[in-house]
Design a protein around this ligand. Structure first.
Ligand SMILES: Cc1ncc(COP(=O)(O)O)c(C=O)c1O
Length: 431
């Protein structure tokens, strides 16, 4: 093992034991190479002749750049064309950390790591998998989950998905199945990895405030029973909660100070929160009451080490654009506008289902209240047959997931929503 990795592990051993227990073998070996090229580059910074950098420069010292690109970029060239650090653009990391606190007041002054920038959430999740998942480790998560988790966690790192029934009943009024979650978490074994994604893809469900409390309680009980728990929160759709009584903060805020056996790992980013799917900017952030400041920084180093070993660093152009947007006075108003648009579509789905009780004969909505999606369970036939029929006969595209049809209402203008459900009703009748 590289001595720099051993140094980080030694810090965790004395100042963050839960994190060390949770690290995978790969996670134990990874480190951010502070002593190599990076350190030599820092030594050379500010020297009048600096021949240490792997970026070409114009004669005036600014980044060498081609006018067809430079002419399209209003940002200062150094904020767009040059590399960002592997940890992420420092001002953006601090801004994102401040925004996490603003959006999750429960955090208060609870220490959290400086977010490390990733190539959006998929890559942030992959970094978490690298750090914490060994071959055969179980990941505990609700049955309805984003299918890409298998490519992120199972194929490369050998995670076994241990699912529990998402809901405690059938139909739109069911709730989160806290008992099933508890049973999964209290199963044999001391190392537990939990993956929570609210608002959820595919169901569009976020627990109520009471259910969120109960979920926290389940993890606390497991920790008190001696289990060491990593809770990864995939907060991709954070902020898009459309009904009253639903938890609006990330559960990360509570896990961050829950118990010394609990390590919280927040994966989030601008992709869906700021409607920039192609920018590829996300973050991975750590917290835990049993972790000292040095231990939290050791985890940051390990995450940034994995970033450096996979993508080297995230797009500087995209990071700078976002930082500029967060400082723009139009930003809060634009966020409200976008939220209003998606909420109106969510409300239109509600109205459509309410106004057409006959739809329940052919499909029943699963609980939904947030995010981009909602799902229906088809009463007869299979979801794939319904999907095919929708494509062939009704000029309508949806996603079929086992026995569910997932409807991405967020992507539809409101006026198309009635026709979508009418088509779904007809297609269900046809198959
Ligand atoms: C639950 C969930 N997590 C993560 C992602 C990935 O987001 P990104 O595009 O930022 O990688 C998605 C995208 O669909 C998602 O649905």
């Amino acid at each position: 093992m590289n001595p720099q990795a051993a140094e980080l592990n030694a810090i965790l051993e004395t100042e963050g034991a839960a994190a060390l227990k949770l690290l995978s073998e790969k996670g134990k070996r990874i480190f951010f190479p502070r002593k190599g090229l990076v350190a030599q580059g820092l030594d050379a910074k500010g020297k009048s002749i600096n021949a240490s950098i792997g970026e070409a420069k114009e004669d005036d010292g600014s980044p060498l750049r081609l006018s067809p690109l430079a002419d399209r970029v209003k940002l200062p060239p150094a904020d767009a064309f040059s590399y960002a650090p592997s940890f992420g653009k420092p001002a953006l990391r601090d801004r994102w950390a401040a925004m996490i606190r603003e959006k999750n007041p429960t955090l208060g002054q609870t220490p959290i790591s400086r977010p490390v920038a990733t190539n959006a959430l998929t890559h942030g999740l992959s970094v978490a998998g690298y750090l914490f998942v060994d071959d055969g480790d179980e990941i505990i998560l609700p049955r309805h989950y984003w299918g890409n988790y298998r490519l992120v966690f199972s194929e490369p790192y050998g995670a076994v998905m241990r699912t529990f029934e998402t809901f405690d009943g059938e139909g739109p009024d069911a709730g989160f199945n806290v008992a099933a979650f508890s049973e999964a978490l209290m199963s044999d074994g001391d190392k537990k990895i939990v993956l929570l994604n609210f608002p959820n893809n595919p169901t569009g469900y976020t627990p109520t405030v009471e259910e969120a409390d109960a979920i926290i309680g389940v993890v606390e009980k497991a920790a008190q029973a001696g289990k060491t728990v990593l809770v990864i929160t995939d907060d991709a759709y954070f902020g898009l909660v459309f009904r009253e009584g639903i938890a609006v903060e990330s559960p990360f805020a509570r896990f961050a100070s829950l118990h010394e056996n609990v390590v919280a790992c927040k994966v989030d980013g601008a992709t869906k929160e700021d409607y920039v799917w192609g920018f590829r900017v996300g973050f991975i952030t750590f917290a835990g009451i049993g972790l000292s400041g040095k231990a939290i920084a050791a985890l940051e180093d390990k995450a940034a080490g994995r970033v450096r070993g996979s993508i080297s660093n995230d797009s500087h152009l995209a990071q700078s654009l976002l930082l500029a947007a967060y400082d723009d006075p139009a930003y809060p108003g634009e966020k409200k506008r976008a939220f209003g648009l998606l909420k109106a579509r969510h409300d239109a789905v509600d109205a459509e289902l309410r106004n057409h009780p006959e739809y329940a004969e052919r499909f029943v909505a699963l609980p939904y209240n947030s995010g981009y999606f909602m799902c229906v369970k088809v009463a007869k036939g299979d979801a794939e047959a319904v999907r095919q029929r929708l494509l062939d006969a009704y000029d309508t595209g949806v996603i079929a997931l086992d026995d569910l049809v997932r409807v991405a209402y967020s992507s539809l203008p409101e006026h198309q929503i009635p026709r979508l459900f009418a088509n779904l009703y007809k297609a269900c009748g046809d198959v």
